[in-house]
Ligand binder design. Structure first.
Ligand code: PLP
Length: 376
């Protein structure tokens, strides 16, 4: 990405398929709420766990959606979902603990576990099984050091979505073994072809000590720069997270909190508009990639990434792995993709379709030409 940015800074037209963020502006009503927060002087410290109004609004949203009992004491808002995921590892993982993570994984999960003194243990998933972790594989990895699991559905980078029955079995396993289940549903609204989102939030009252849900305003409302995410957990865990947060960053931006309340109240229509654009791009992109010799791309159920397998092209033109593949595309096609090795899958690259359709079409055309030169 650094090299791509250097080329962009030199004025070279790079088509950047790297972005992990929506290419839409933050909806106007949300920005207006933030401006109002400033004008009304809502610009001071709040409760370190987030102001009561926001924590209540989040609890209300989940109560309504899943019919559960949930109060503000179960909610902590922080500076992005990433902060809550990081603080959760600090709160729950001790030296030598193992945490099971399905692979391919979002880049920060293993490092967060390691930072907390734990060891990430990878549950390898396969494209043929939709990149979904199997219960058998998880059970095989269990040791007496296992402390919990992190699941991300819909997943970055694979777009994999775990169906409700499989998720329920994972929750029951975690509960039976006394593990935590951190469930990251940052991409919960980006689902396609009628595939439903399954969240363990619906069983929170049944397994309050097991289930921890992490979510974010970033992708859903195109608010990546506002830095507002949250965790839903047992009140004791929330209190532990609050201690870490109050001695490190304190509350997330008061202005962003105000904006988040507005997003939860009025943002649904905007989500649908963004989703329509992703639907159209995904429909065009996947067959276009599959028409390129050497690229194999499954149709992901969720998120806004595709994760094509490109290893058939290794061995040609100095390409030996996903890093040299990405470097070749940058040089030969002026297209930036993220090497799969960053996600623990060196046979793949990640292509984001949080990029306009004309740019996607131009970028895929360039990839096609550059790879054709490899084969000639
Ligand atoms: N979880 C996943 C799977 C992500 O892809 C991201 C961002 O890329 C995050 C969490 C964190 O998002 P944020 O810190 O912006 O809320």
């Amino acid at each position: 990405m650094n090299k791509a940015n250097d080329l962009i800074a030199k004025g070279i037209d790079i088509i950047d398929f790297g972005p992990g963020e929506p290419d839409f502006p933050t909806p106007g009503a949300i920005s207006a709420a933030a401006k109002k927060a400033i004008d009304d002087g809502f610009t001071k410290y709040t409760n370190a766990l987030g102001c009561n109004d926001l924590r209540k609004a989040i609890a209300r949203t989940y109560r309504k959606r899943y019919g559960i009992e949930l109060g503000p004491e179960h909610v902590i808002a922080g500076t992005g979902g990433k902060q809550e995921l990081f603080n959760l590892m600090l709160a729950l993982v001790s030296d030598g603990d193992e945490v099971i993570i399905p692979s391919p994984y979002w880049v920060s999960f293993p490092d967060q576990v390691t930072f907390a003194g734990g060891t990430p243990v990878f549950a390898h998933t396969r494209a043929a099984e939709g990149f979904r972790p199997s219960l058998r594989c998880i059970e095989r990895l269990a040791t007496e050091k296992t402390r919990g699991m992190i699941i991300n559905s819909p997943a970055n980078p694979t777009g994999a979505v775990i169906p409700e029955d499989e998720l329920r079995r994972i929750v029951e396993l975690c509960h039976a073994r006394g593990w935590f289940l951190v469930f990251d549903e940052t991409y919960e609204f980006f689902l396609y072809d009628g595939v439903p989102h399954a969240s363990p939030a619906k069983w929170f009252n049944e397994f309050p000590e097991t289930i921890i849900v992490v979510n974010s305003m970033s992708k859903t409302y195109s608010m990546t720069g506002w830095r507002l995410g949250y965790a839903i957990a047992d009140a004791e865990i929330v209190s532990g997270l609050g201690k870490i947060q109050s001695h490190s960053t304190s509350n997330p931006s008061s202005i962003s909190q105000f904006a988040a309340i507005e997003a939860l109240q009025s943002g649904d229509e905007e989500i649908r508009k963004m989703l329509d654009a992703y639907i159209e791009r995904r429909r065009w992109l996947v067959p276009a990639l599959n028409s390129i010799p050497g690229i194999e791309c499954r149709l992901p159920d969720g998120a806004f990434y595709v994760f094509p397998k490109v290893s058939q092209l290794y061995g040609k033109g100095g390409i030996t792995d996903s890093t040299t593949f990405a470097a070749y595309l940058l040089d030969a096609a002026r297209v930036a993709v993220v090497p799969g090795v960053a996600f623990g899958a060196d046979d793949y690259v990640r292509i984001s379709y949080a990029v306009s359709l004309p740019r996607i079409q131009e970028g895929v055309g360039r990839i096609q030409e550059a790879l054709a030169r490899l084969n000639s």
